[in-house]
Design a protein around this ligand. Structure first.
Ligand code: RIB
Ligand code: CA
Length: 321
């Protein structure tokens, strides 16, 4: 015995990612794929940053670029339950991945609707799969309306979304919630605990100059995906850079110690003229039962150590040319 006790390797956490790629969605999926702590068992897409056709095409392209052919990708809802479409093409580009142009996908999207995939997959493995949503919550709400029992079948449920301070779609609301407030209200009212990684956390995850410099040294992953995405996403200087929001939700699933969370009651505003989509967050519970664990602080140095270390592993796998 060398005296070095091998850490017992726990089985990777199985996850379904519901997303709207989207620049930060792409970085989040890359992080999830590269992490030995996670096993992506499915990806579902929703209209959000750009139209469903583009979010789905981006997911299909990313799947092959990263070498994930066995992961099923199922498309879901084009738009919100009740509201007219909004998008963030001004932030992510018309095609949704900034200046990145990944090779066309050769493998098809899985037939069926994302909500049914979520229901069927969670039902087949109750208590084993974590559901993480990093786009508008329409698919999740539809799954809940069709089969409320997914609340008990999901191992855990986390989102990138919301804010207990200020929004980014409006002063009050974060984009993923504002895009479909009725869906978000259904999700937060479903009876499970929502781990809400919101802007309060993700605005700390800034891809500043030294981060992007490391990405430049990551071969095809850097030149074909990471750098053209991040440099489109926002101005990069020594101190400033775009926040890679969605990756924070994935990082939390990899290592929950990266983000401090507090129990809270979160209610979604659906009627406010100026506050629609606001996640009204009550940290002072009183006698109320919390429906959420809300992220408050990010361990920024450890976050980037994790993210860039995983990206370098992925870069080695996909090669330099
Ligand atoms: O507010 C940030 C969120 O909105 C991220 O999920 C980003 O991809 C956009 O969908
Ligand atoms: Ca997203």
């Amino acid at each position: 015995m060398s005296g070095i006790v091998q850490a017992a390797r726990v089985a990777p956490k199985k996850i379904i990612i519901d997303c709207d790629p989207g620049i930060d969605d792409a970085l989040a999926i890359t992080l999830a794929h590269g992490s030995p702590e996670l096993d992506i068992v499915g990806i579902t897409t929703v209209g959000g940053n750009v139209d469903l056709a583009y979010t789905t095409d981006n997911a299909l392209r990313l799947r092959e670029f990263l070498g994930l052919p066995e992961v099923p990708i199922t498309a879901g809802s084009e738009g919100a339950l009740l509201r007219s479409r909004v998008n963030a093409a001004g932030v992510h580009g018309d095609l949704g991945l900034g200046e990145a142009r990944l090779p066309e996908a050769t493998l098809p999207v899985r037939a069926g609707h994302a909500a049914d995939f979520i229901i069927e997959t969670l039902k087949a493995a109750p208590g084993e799969i974590t559901l993480v949503a990093i786009g508008p919550l329409t698919n999740i709400a539809l799954a809940l309306l069709k089969e409320p029992r997914i609340v008990g079948w999901a191992r855990e449920f986390a989102i990138l979304g919301g804010s207990y301070t200020r929004g980014n779609f409006s002063p009050a609301a974060e984009f993923n919630i504002a895009a479909d407030p009725e869906a978000a209200a259904i999700v937060f009212g479903a009876g499970w605990t929502v781990t809400m990684i919101g802007l309060d956390v993700s605005r700390q995850a800034l891809a500043v100059g030294k981060v992007v410099d490391r990405m430049r040294g990551m071969g095809r992953l850097g030149t074909d995906l990471l750098v053209p995405c991040v440099e489109f996403y926002g101005m990069v200087t020594a101190e400033e850079g775009p926040a890679i929001h969605d990756a924070c939700a994935i990082a939390y699933l990899i290592d929950p110690t990266l983000i401090a969370v507090e129990p809270a009651v979160v209610e979604v505003e659906t009627a406010g003229r100026f506050t629609s989509g606001m996640t009204v967050t009550h940290f002072d519970l009183g006698d109320r039962v919390p429906n959420a664990l809300v992220g408050t602080t990010l361990d920024v140095p450890r976050f980037w150590d994790l993210v860039l270390g995983v990206y370098e592993d992925v870069a080695r796998r996909i090669g330099v040319v």
